[in-house]
Design a protein around this ligand. Structure first.
Ligand SMILES: NC(=O)c1ccc[n+]([C@@H]2O[C@H](COP(=O)([O-])OP(=O)(O)OC[C@H]3O[C@@H](n4cnc5c(N)ncnc54)[C@H](O)[C@@H]3O)[C@@H](O)[C@H]2O)c1
Length: 448
């Protein structure tokens, strides 16, 4: 169901009318296209306090191809920069926190439409409550700026626990049109001893990787498969046998292999391992298949409860266990699960769905450190907000319209937004991103 309001506000009369009436004015988002795969223009780099990352971060940012300017607080004369990066990793008291304000205050208005503000933070110290206060303060700062900045611009906080080099794929993702619908997020890049396995070609960061995508016959799963292929991966597409024809069509279009299989089958994990072992195993597993069976709890029978928990959570637990135990996911691999903002905020009529998606988040947080230590595999979740798919087209109009507008970007996301986030988490260079739940929700007001 197309977003006619977004289209209307993109026209001159629509802009005039909605401004006069004080209605929301969502900006068209700049997404990745083949002609414009990356941003071009100026990037401002500021440092608050004596950051040890300064030189390394400068080199990293220069590699993005953007023109990097400014390294001291607030003095650069920007000309509509497409991005601003503030290194606040050394912020450990309120005086240094004020440097973040000083850096951004003079330039924020000039950031280009669909531009990016990224604040780099440090993990909170358990032994220094002044540092912890100042670092936690960055979350309130980033989330508030995300809500007020407008014009399709996004604001995110990346906590860097070790060397900043481990954050390269994350910073490139956030500083590109691929992260159009990711805003108001806090993500952590862990400390690793290993050098990040950066791609030989940044245009094909998944070259040489094989990915399984469940629920790939349509919607978000289809977009994920398409994006992974665009980024160089080979794909195995799984969906229910009743969707075999659609699945085969998608597989043919993308040059992937179709695996018609109900993911809730007891032996689904073994069948996937068997199917993929012939071609050398898997590097990436995307657990995307999901269903809803909405009813308020008082009207929800056991069948609705069981169906949703089975597809969205039990099968994810079971196949993940089987695939890891069988060594079917190669070292350096990635498991990306699909949660939902309903699993964070809850939603009327969705006790089953929200329980299943919250369960996915629990799985990710507990399994991530073990899977990395024992199998060399990362485990993360994407948590979509309102995404324009068949699932949300079935939502009644008023609720659908509320879902679309109640986020900082004033519009629904597209399947490709979830897919781009998945692709970032799936690449070998993102090995230091583990146990994260990244919302792709335009900074939804729900579940903030
Ligand atoms: N669309 C949204 O706004 C939104 C928001 C939050 C989370 N999500 C999640 O994103 C994922 C994809 O959602 P979508 O909107 O593309 O849904 P969709 O209904 O369009 O597609 C889901 C796909 O999963 C497949 N599937 C269902 N049960 C299966 C099973 N037992 N075995 C194998 N495949 C199965 C379906 O056949 C379908 O092709 C789901 O996990 C959903 O919960 C979606």
């Amino acid at each position: 169901m197309a977003d006619r309001y977004l289209h209307f506000t993109g026209t001159a009369p629509g802009r005039f009318l909605t401004r006069r009436l004080g209605l929301p004015q969502p900006a068209p988002l700049r997404r990745r296209t083949a002609e414009h795969p990356v941003f071009e223009g100026q990037l401002l780099h500021f440092t608050a306090g004596p950051s040890t990352h300064r030189a390394e971060l400068s080199r990293l940012l220069a590699r993005t191809g953007l023109q990097v300017r400014g390294s001291v607080s607030g003095r650069a004369q920007p000309q509509h920069p497409v991005g601003v990066v503030v290194d606040a990793t050394a912020v450990d008291d309120l005086e240094r926190l004020a440097e973040v304000h000083a850096a951004l205050h003079p330039v924020v208005r000039s950031v280009a439409a669909s531009g990016r503000v990224i604040v780099l933070g440090a993990p909170l110290s358990p032994d220094d409550h002044h540092q912890a206060a100042a670092q936690q303060a960055l979350e309130g700062f980033v989330r508030s700026l995300g809500k007020e900045i407008g014009r399709g611009r996004t604001v995110n906080l990346v906590r860097v626990a070790g060397a900043v080099a481990a954050a390269e794929t994350t910073l490139r993702f956030l500083l590109s049109p691929r992260s159009a619908y990711v805003s108001g997020q806090v993500m952590e890049v862990g400390a690793t001893e290993e050098e990040p396995a950066l791609p030989a070609e940044w245009t094909r960061p998944l070259a040489g990787r094989t990915a399984l995508v469940t629920g790939a016959a349509r919607g978000i799963g289809e977009a994920v498969a398409e994006t992974l292929v665009r980024d160089g991966a080979q794909v195995v597409l799984l969906d229910v046998p009743s969707a075999e024809a659609e699945l085969a069509a998608v597989a043919e279009r993308l040059g992937g292999r179709a695996l018609p299989l109900d993911i809730t089958a007891e032996d689904a994990g073994e069948r996937i391992a068997e199917f993929t072992s012939a071609s050398g195993g898997l590097d990436v597993v995307v657990h995307n298949a999901g269903i809803t069976r909405d009813r308020r709890l008082a009207n929800m029978d056991a069948a609705r409860w069981r169906a949703v928990l089975e597809v969205n959570l039990a099968s994810v637990l079971r196949t993940t266990d089987t695939l890891l135990k069988a060594g079917a996911v190669r070292r350096g691999g990635a498991i990306v699960t699909t949660a939902s903002i309903a699993g964070i905020a809850g939603n009327t009529g969705q006790t089953n769905y929200a329980a299943s998606k919250a369960g996915v988040i629990g799985l990710v947080r507990a399994l991530a450190p073990h899977a990395l230590a024992e199998h060399g595999v990362t485990v993360n979740a994407v948590a979509p907000g309102f995404i324009e798919t068949k699932m949300t087209a079935a939502v009644p109009l008023v609720i659908r319209e509320a879902g679309r507008r109640m986020n900082s970007l004033g519009q629904g996301g597209l399947p490709v937004d979830v897919a781009e986030t998945t692709a970032w988490l799936a690449c070998a260079g993102s090995g230091a991103v583990n146990g994260q739940v990244v919302r792709v929700c335009g900074q939804s007001l729900l579940g903030a």
